[in-house]
Structure formats: C-alpha cells, structure tokens
Design a protein around this ligand. Structure first.
Ligand code: C2E
Ligand code: CA
Ligand code: CA
Length: 784
C-alpha cells in the first residue's frame, strides 16, 4: 500500500509546512518591524546624544579660551614680568613668557607693544616669521573684540588665541597667547560622553587630520564620508556629527562620532531572545499541527483501508472512528451506513442470483455449487450421490391454455410436492428453469435414486386442483450417479439431463443414464449437418403409399412418406431423423421438399390418375410457421397445381402444442383449398368436441387400434365408435395400418371410407407406385 502512505504523509507535510510557513512569515514581518523601529529609536537617541555632545564640545572650547584668558591676565599682572617690561629687560621677558607658556601648555606666548609690534615671543624667530603674516592683523582684530578667541590653523593644527592688555594704567602692551586644540580635549569628550572626536583642518588647499580619538579604521570612514550622518561600510553602526568652526585661515571641522552599538546592544539581546522564543514557537506549532494532522490522517487512512476492504467484498468489520463527534466521525458513520447498505444489497443480489423467486427453491447456479460441494464432501467418504433431473410434461400447453398465472401456481405446487419428498439432510431440490427441476440425493446409489423417482411419480398421481380445474401431473425423469456415471458436477448434471430427455422421448417415466444415450445425442449433432447435405445432394426420396376406397379398392389417394437414401447407411427410415428435424426446425425445409416433389408428381400424372390426391404430413413446426400458407400457395402456383389435390395430415399433439395458432393456420389452409386430416387419431388428448371447431375433412384412425382390431375387442370398439362419431360430424374416416384382408373386410362392414396399409401396398418409390397403380387399375378392370 505504498500509495496510501505517500498520500497521508504528504497531507501531514503540507498541513504542517503551511502553518509553519504562515507563522514564519508573521514572525519575520514582526521581527523586521521591531528591528526597524529599534534602529530608528537608536538613531534618534544617538542623534540627541550628539546634540548634547556638540554643545559640550563648544562649551569645552569656550572654557579652554576662558582658562587661557585667565592665564594671560595673570601674566599681565605679574609683578616681575611688569618690571621686566618696564626695565626693557628683553631676556627676562623672554624667559618669563617661555616659562609661563610651557607651564600652561600654550604654543605661542608673546608680548606686544601698544602698536602691536612683537617685543618678545616664546617662539623661535623663524617660527614666528612663518606666521608673521598670519599674526599681523590678529592683534588689531583681538583689540577690537576683546572677548573673541579666533581659531588659526598652524601647521595643520588649529590654535585658539587670546590677547589681554597690560595697563599702567594706560595700555603699555599686550600679552598674546595661543593654544592648540589638542587630543586631550577630545579624550575628555570621550570620557564624558562616549563620543569620539576627529578634528580636521583645511588650509592652503590641504586637508589634514589634526587628531582623532578613535581607531584608524573608523577615522578613515569618518574622513571619507565627510558629510554623511551615518558612517557606512563598517561592522558597527556609527553616527557622525559635523561641527564646522570659524577659522581665520582655512577651515576647521570637528567630527563627533557616536557608536549606536551600545544603544542597540540591549535591544539586540532582546531580539535574540525574541528569535529564540519564535524558534520555540515554530517548533511547538510544528509539533502541534503534525499532531492535529495525524489525528486527521490516521482515521483517513483507516477509512481508506476500510474502502479497500469493501472493494474486495468484506462487509463484516464495522468502520473505525464511529464514536468521534467531529467531521471524521460523520464521514466514518456515512461510510458505515454505506457498508451496511451494500452488505444488504449484496445479500439480496446473492439471493436473487441463487434462488428462484417463484418457487423459493435454489436455482440452477446454486444447485450446481451445492453439487460441487457435495462431491468434494463425499469424495473422502467414498459415499455415492445421485442427481435426478425432472421435466414436467405438457407444461407449455398448460401455460398457453390456462394462462401464465395458472402455470406459476402449478410450478409452485410441484416445488412443494418435491420438497415434501426430500427429507435427508444434505439433499436439495432446485428449479433449474422453466418446467425443469433437479434433486440432489446424497449417499444414494442408482437403485435408491430410481426408487426415489417412483416416489415422485406416486406424488404426482394425485391430480392438481385449482379453482374448478384439475390437472394431471406427469414428468420425464433422468437419473445420473456419482461416481458411477460422471466424476464432476457439470458432467453429472448433463448426463442426468440426457437421461431425462431420453425418458421423455421414449415416454418411459424415469431412466437411469446409459452411455448409449450419449452416443445417440452425439450422433444427433452430426445429423443436422448431414440432413442439410441430404437436401443439397438430393438424397431424399419421395415414397408413396396408396389409400384405397372401401369397398371396391379404388386408388383415390396416396400418402407421401419421406425416405433418406444415405450414401453410407442406406435407406434411413423417417423415425430416425424426423423427430430430430422437428427439434431443430429443419423439418420446415423437409416439408417444402416433400411438397415440391409431390407437386411435380401430380403435375406429371398420367390421365387415368388425373384425380389422385396426395396426403402430406405436417409437423408442429410447420403449423406454427406463420409463412406456411403463403409459401405453399406460391409453390403450387408455380407448378399450376390446385391446393384441392392435397390433404394435409396433422397429429393431435401438433395442434395441441399451441391450439390457438394452430387453429388460425388451419383455417387459412382450409380457406386456401387444402383438405385437412387428423393423423394418428386416438393417441392424443383432443376431444371430438374440440375438433369439431376445426375445418377438418378427415380422421385417420391410428394404426395401433386398427392392427389390434382382430384380437382386441376394445380396439375394435374404439374403431367402430370413432367411425360413427366421425360420420356424425360429417368427416370421412381413413384406417391406417391395414395388414390383412380380414381387417379390410371388417372395416368395410363398419363403413370406414378408406384404407391404407401393408395389405394393400407398402410405401413405394414414385416410379414403382405409378406401375403399381397401373396394374391395380388393370386388375380392377379385369375383375369388373
Ligand atoms: P404416419 O404419418 O403415421 O405414417 C404412416 C406410417 O405407417 C408410415 O411409416 C408407414 O410406412 C406405416 N404403415 C403404413 N401401413 C402400415 C401397416 O400396414 N402396418 C404398419 N405397421 N405400418 C404401416 P413411416 O413411413 O416409417 O413413417 C413414420 C412416420 O414418419 C409417419 O407416421 C409420419 O409421422 C412421419 N413421416 C414420414 N414422412 C414424413 C414427411 O414427409 N413429413 C413429416 N412431417 N413426417 C413424415
Ligand atoms: Ca401420416
Ligand atoms: Ca399415422
């Protein structure tokens, strides 16, 4: 069942995968939004801190200037210094300036006369000379702005300058001091506010780094992103603030740098925690949804298995998960209903397939299976068993005459009687279809089976009575035994049937199967092919048996009788192939052949026989052929022979097979001009009252009565009363089977109209018949 597993697994995977994916999308979106807002927040915070840092930086620079100014004021008030000035002691002034300058860390300390001419300076001459131009207008500027502290870039380093007057009380000179903006100041910023400082100058077309408190890498980034608020490129986020400062020569810019990482760090930890929680959530969802999916797919798989069981016809096990109160439960219950329904339908179908509705008996199929089972069961015990096949006589007749409802009741009654006879466990009665029944008798040999058929015959002796109708029951029965007659069920059945058909043909009640029956039925098969060939190869012969008038012996008519000149078997008598030709329907072709032959004969008859009438035998099949009268009509027309020249012989049983259709056809034939004769009269069941309705011209008393007349008084009485009755009904009477002169004479006395029989002549080939007729006429003429 690999298909099932893959299907179920994929459903789980899809369910779990989808919910995980959705969750992941939500989490990532959330994560992104949080991160975004954290960063924006951090940026804002850092920007605020940089605002403060900018302010502080400016304040620090201003403070530095104040310090410088205080220091310069202190120097200007120094007594020693003042006296050195007054005395013009340049060397002392020089040394004081140097000492003071180095003490407070100024790079430039100078004394200027009231006209701003440098009197003494702490710097070397050439150094000062270098900056002479620079310093030139500075004192004038500072004297105008006593609180100002202009920046001047000296050798790439920005310097702050202050100048204070020396008064006595008039201004006697100026003290000028200049400090570099140093890295220490930057470091102080770092200590105070965690801000790094990068100081850059631009003078004489040269951009130079004054100092930097941060790493060379960050410094480099700060320099390259001269105007950005954010330093890109590095691993950490650094925000920058560019603070431009006024300078007398060139540009000075302070870049304040603040790393956002510190601000972000706690959020980053939070984010990691969030990610961890999300991961855990995902895991839980995966577990949970796969559990839910399993709760769905497991029952689905069970249901699938259940449908597969149903598909192979297992309806017994109830479906699982019926108790669940959810959709799965609903589905399971629906499936279970289906299972129960199908089971019911199946057993109904089984019943229909195995039981006969009308009689409630097992049917042909069920009987066959039971027989097979019985053979299997009895094989180890070596116990014999027998099958009796039974076919009701005249059932079609009952159906036709009394109606199908009556026929059904008859079958039900027969089923009941048979069932009453079957009492042994394991024995079985079945209806094999139509009017055929079968009985299985276990532990029963041929003798016992034949005894059983006698019990059936006795049970049938009591006539059936429905409403005011009484029906005599009789049946043909065949017995075949296992293992004597056949070693398997099918053969056993067909042999019991062969025995039954033989019994029916021989009118002998019940027969035990005999291998000879089989060869007979085998011969029958090839017979049909042979008969067809007989017509094509002209192997059939027309024989004629004369009918003479009583008294007088005048030849008025002849009966046409068929013979088969078989290339190997010689002359085949009709009783060996007519019944078979009737069974197969071939008899219709045979009848046409006879008519054709008889018509030719009549058309070619010599003058003295011009009025001869020919009797032709019709079978049931002929009579039930709706085309019969038209066929005969065309045939006679073709040869220019009138229908009055023919008498059609029909047996009572042929009429009684389907009386209504027979009557219709007989009426048509009679209207066409054919004479009609009832053949073998006395052997059938028809009553004269019934025959009176038919357009019949002649009765032919069966030869069994005629031949028995001499010895059997009963036969003689039957013959006599038949002749009387026929005459009363206006019919002429023919006696067949007249084998002696005595009988012929007796028939004459009983006023029988015509006679036919070996005493007069055997059936003769057409030529011989004509010769016989000629002799006969000559003899009668001589006698006369
Ligand atoms: P059936 O119609 O009763 O024909 C009379 C039978 O009695 C003929 O037998 C005839 O040879 C025989 N028979 C005549 N006289 C005597 C006699 O004095 N004593 C005895 N013992 N028998 C006599 P056959 O020719 O063997 O025919 C047998 C049956 O075959 C006929 O009985 C008829 O039913 C059938 N049959 C013969 N030819 C035809 C035919 O062309 N078509 C049809 N449908 N049936 C035919
Ligand atoms: Ca006949
Ligand atoms: Ca006859």
């Amino acid at each position: 069942m690999p298909r099932l597993k893959r299907g179920a697994a994929s459903l789980i995977t899809r369910l779990v995968g989808l919910s995980l994916l959705l969750l992941l999308v939500v989490q990532i979106a959330g994560f992104g939004v949080v991160r975004q807002s954290i960063e924006a927040n951090a940026r804002r915070q850092v920007a605020r801190e940089l605002d403060i840092a900018e302010h502080v930086w400016e304040r620090m620079l201003a403070q530095k200037v104040e310090q410088l100014r205080d220091s310069a004021t202190l120097l200007a008030a120094d007594y020693g210094f003042r006296s050195a000035i007054n005395s013009g002691d340049v060397e002392t002034v020089q040394s004081v300036l140097e000492n003071h300058g180095s003490r407070i860390g100024s790079t430039v300390t100078a004394f200027l006369d009231p006209q701003f001419k440098v009197t003494a300076s702490s710097l070397a001459d050439e150094h000062m000379g270098l900056d002479q131009r620079l310093i030139a207008d500075l004192p004038a500027y500072l004297s105008r702005n006593p609180t100002g502290a202009p920046l001047i870039v000296i050798q790439g380093v920005p310097h702050q300058f202050v100048m204070v007057p020396m008064r006595a009380p008039l201004i006697i000179g100026w003290v000028l001091m200049g400090f570099p903006v140093s890295q220490d100041l930057g470091k102080e910023m770092g200590l105070l506010l965690q801000v790094d400082v990068v100081l850059v100058t631009q003078s004489e077309g040269q951009r130079r780094l004054a100092f930097s408190t941060t790493t060379p890498e960050v410094t480099q980034r700060a320099l390259t992103h001269a105007d950005g608020a954010e330093l890109s490129g590095g691993s950490e986020l650094v925000l920058a603030r560019h603070v431009p400062m006024k300078s007398r020569n060139g540009e000075v810019e302070t870049i304040l740098l603040r790393s956002a990482e510190e601000v972000l760090a706690p959020y980053r930890r939070l984010q990691w925690l969030l990610a961890l929680i999300s991961g855990g959530g995902l895991l839980l969802v995966a577990l949970g949804s796969s559990l839910v999916a399993r709760r769905i797919t497991t029952p689905l798989r069970d249901l699938l298995l259940a449908t597969q069981r149903l598909a192979v016809g297992e309806y017994q096990a109830p479906i699982a998960h019926l108790e669940r109160r959810d959709e799965i439960g609903n589905l399971a219950r629906a499936f279970d209903h289906m299972r129960v329904d199908i089971d019911q339908q199946q057993s109904e179908i089984r019943h229909l397939a195995y039981w006969d509705r009308l009689t409630g008996l097992p049917n042909r199929e069920r009987f066959r299976e039971a027989l097979e089972q019985a053979i299997r069961d009895n094989t180890p015990l070596a116990r014999p068993l027998a099958v009796v096949s039974l076919d009701l006589d005249r059932f079609k007749h009952v159906n036709d005459v009394l109606g199908y409802a009556f026929g059904d009741r008859l079958l039900q009654a027969v089923a009941g009687r048979l069932q009453n006879l079957v009492t042994q466990p394991g024995d079985l009665v079945a209806r094999r279809g139509g009017n055929e029944f079968a009985v299985l008798l276990q532990g029963c040999d041929a003798q016992a089976a034949l005894e059983f058929t006698q019990r059936i015959a006795r049970a049938f002796e009591v006539p059936l009575a429905f409403d005011d109708q009484t029906i005599d029951l009789s049946a043909g029965m065949g017995v075949a035994c296992w293992p004597a007659d056949a070693d398997n069920a099918d053969l056993l059945l067909s042999r019991s049937e062969i025995a039954m058909y033989t019994a029916k043909r021989k009118l002998s009640g019940a027969l035990l199967y005999d291998a000879a029956f089989d060869s007979a039925s085998g011969q029958m098969l090839s017979l049909l092919t042979e008969m067809r060939r007989a017509v094509e190869h002209n192997e059939l012969r027309l024989f004629l048996q004369p009918k003479v008038s009583l008294p007088g012996g005048e030849v008025l008519a002849a009966e046409a009788l068929v013979r088969w000149q078989h290339p190997q078997r010689g002359l085949v008598p009709p009783m060996e192939f007519i019944p078979f030709a009737e069974q197969t329907g071939f008899v219709r072709q045979l009848t046409l052949w006879m008519f054709e032959a008889a018509t030719r004969l009549i058309a070619g008859l010599p003058e003295p026989l011009a009025g001869l009438r020919i009797s032709i035998n019709l079978s049931t099949r002929d009579l039930l052929d709706p085309e019969l009268s038209t066929r005969l009509g065309t045939l006679l027309q073709r040869h220019g022979v009138r229908p009055e020249r023919f008498c059609l012989e029909i047996t009572e049983s042929a009429i009684m097979d389907d009386p209504q259709r027979a009557e219709t056809m007989l009426n048509r034939l009679s209207e066409q001009g054919f004479k009609l004769s009832i053949d073998d009269f006395g052997t059938g069941y028809s009553s004269l009252a019934y025959l009176k309705r038919l357009p019949v011209d002649e009765l032919k008393i069966d030869k069994s009565f005629v031949m028995g007349m001499e010895k059997d008084e009963d036969d003689a009485k039957i013959v006599r009363s038949t002749i009387d009755l026929a005459h009363n009904l206006g019919l002429s009477v023919v006696a067949e089977g007249v084998e002696s002169a005595a009988i012929m004479e007796r028939l004459g006395q009983l006023q029988c109209d015509e006679a036919q029989g070996y005493h007069i002549s055997r059936p003769l080939p057409a030529e011989a018949f004509l010769t016989w007729c000629a002799q006969q006429t000559a003899a009668t003429a001589t006698a006369a």
